[in-house]
Design a protein around this ligand. Sequence first.
Ligand code: IPM
Ligand code: MG
Length: 352
Amino acid sequence: MTQTLLLLPGDGIGPEVTAQVRRVAAALTPDLTLDERDFGGVSYDRHGVPITDEAVTTALASDAVLMGAVGGPKWAGVERGKRPEMGLLGLRKAMDVYANLRPALCFDALADASSLKRELVAGLDIMFVRELTGGVYFGQPRGIETLPDGQRRGFDTQVYTTSEIERVSRVAFELARGRRNKVHSLEKSNVMESGLLWREVVTDLHRREYADVQLEHMLADNAAMQLVRQPTQFDVLLTDNLFGDVLSDAAAQLTGSLGMLPSAALGEAGRPGLYEPIHGSAPDIAGQGVANPLAAILSFEMALRWSLDRPAEADRLFAAVEAALAVGARTRDIGGTLSTVEMGDAVLSALG
Ligand code: IPM
Ligand code: MG
């Protein structure tokens, strides 16, 4: 049975960085079938929607899906339902990938690229588990309405059910067992009802099934402060969709560059995962061939590990990225001068 990886290069630097994934895959996993579809603004321009039904069907039938990036100023005026970002949210929902794993790992060779002091980030290895298909991103009702007095009122709904909280918490506890056995669950139970329920459900699941894992509850604002004060205190951080979006960007910068970090969005076992570099489309450097392809390449590494059941190839690829960095391969964002293709070359040559 051949496995298929669907590439969704998308917008901005997406096509440039996913092109390097193609090269790595050709060298490392030549038997893997690569497929490709339009996604995001590019898809809107060609098909009038940020993702076609056919692309969604293809994604669901693939073994894994790897996207580049979506969005950009060109589509800022597009009606909300057809914005590039809505293609991504729709795809996450359709694939039911409710657990978003976002590692923030500081490669030793890059500890000086962090905006924090080396001693605070050296050896950093933390993992966000962000709920990805619920919360305020999807809650109804939402909208902008006009009030009788002529003012306008914008509103969103933050909402979680017990089963949504429980299934993502389970992923966090399971992951922690294979790591340093510690979970921090982040919410705002001091002001939000959904935060209160979040804390109750996590506490209850922990007591019933994961009492061996160390669990701490932390208010999300305090967690933001602790992340820049002493990030190495954390192991697994469990969050809702919105707090996870915000805090994982902060954590990414701790590692030196947003251009380095991959992510994996997972659903039930046996379903395809969605792999995303966490950087955006970076319109300011798109098309110049200078973007760092490592986040995309490491997202492929996560796909090998979590969806394609190829841990040996994943280990080889991870070691190759480490080796390339150790011999000084650097794109601009991490203090070097290599182009996107040259960074791809460096990883390929380290793969041997
Ligand atoms: C992310 C991004 C997305 C999100 C956007 C592009 C919709 O910021 O993956 O973190 O908010 O989830
Ligand atoms: Mg984000």
